[in-house]
Design a protein around this ligand. Sequence first.
Ligand code: ZN
Length: 144
Amino acid sequence: MTVATLDTFPAGLLAAPLFDRSAEDPINFGTLGSVAEHEVTHGFDSMGRKYDASGNLRDWWTPDDAQRYEQRSKYLVDQYSSYVAAEDIKVNGKLTLSENFADGAGAKLAFRAFKDRTHSNSPKSSSFFSRMPLGIAPTLLLNT
Ligand SMILES: [Zn+2]
């Protein structure tokens, strides 16, 4: 999927496997929530910078914004460039930067949204963490 906003979010994504009305909240936040937040994140990355709030083709980043993005994104470029995609072919972290950024930010934002919902004592999420293997839930909570 390329650049999208929530007003162009395909309704077909609101079905299995990304959304299951009978599933517990952690499942839906982890699947559909991550995808939705992934798309929202694109509105603020190197692709989204090219379109203003009205959808017009206009770069709204300042030169300082662009410089800081370049500096900070080097770590993500390096991380993904160290991954092997298949056999001896490595990922080109510079080419995949926008997707890598959106994947990580999307998961993080979806988890925050899930935690906000959990604090409202949703009955559909109360037992999920108790069934996780020990260590996973605390790791998730510490990395958000
Ligand atoms: Zn994407």
